[in-house]
Structures are given as C-alpha cells and as structure tokens.
Design a binder for this molecule. Structure first.
Ligand code: ZN
Length: 119
C-alpha cells in the first residue's frame, strides 16, 4: 500500500506539470512557430500518467479525480506535518497520525477529505 500513496503523489505532480504545460500552450497559441517539442513532451507525460494510474486502485483514482474537481486547487493529496493536515491546517486525530506513521494504508483527512501522507 505504501507504493500506492507514493504513486498517487507522483500522479498529482504529473497532473500539475501537464496543467502547467497546457497553460503555456494556450499562452503561445497565437505564436506562429508552433512548439512541436513541447507537444511531444506533453504526449509522453500523458502516457506516463496512464501507466502510473494503472498502479493505483481504481476507487482511489476515482476519488482523487473527484477531489481534484471539487477542490479545484490541485491539492487532492497533501502531506501531514507535525500531525497537521496541510490541506486544511487542522490537526489530525492521534489514531490517524499513528496510521500514517505505519504507511500501510491510504488515509484521508477527516476534515477536508483530501488524501494525506506523512513526510
Ligand atoms: Zn485536511
């Protein structure tokens, strides 16, 4: 299970990169010399995302996508620092903190519902 949360964090980072690239593409849309290199890079990242998504439980992916849609802030997976969720800044219960330390399951914040992991 440890692998899943690690991959989920990777997936979120990849989503951010893709979103950034798409933003750049739009900004350059009126540019006459179209950047095929970045288009190729984007394609590679999308394929990497598909591969990565396959390593994660489908239910988790679905929940992740929903969180991303709802929160809209691209922070569906957040770290817990000093037992405080970095998504909503509220302390997580001791039991949740202990669960996080074991790193054997995917946990969500009781308050904001985001996926949380210990750093
Ligand atoms: Zn939270």
């Amino acid at each position: 299970m440890k692998l899943q949360i690690e991959n989920l964090v990777k997936l979120q980072n990849l989503d951010r990169e893709i979103a950034n690239m798409l933003g750049n593409e739009e900004a350059q849309a009126s540019d006459s010399d179209f950047d095929f290199d970045s288009l190729e890079k984007l394609d590679k990242m999308r394929r990497k995302r598909v591969r990565l998504a396959k390593t994660i439980d489908k239910r988790i992916i679905r929940y992740y996508e929903r969180l991303k849609g709802n929160k809209g802030d691209k922070n569906a997976v957040v770290p817990v620092v000093n037992a405080v969720c970095q998504g909503c800044n509220i302390s997580v219960p001791t039991s949740t903190a202990a669960k996080l330390q074991r790193k054997d399951s995917i946990t969500t914040c009781d308050h904001c519902g985001r996926f949380i992991y210990s750093v």
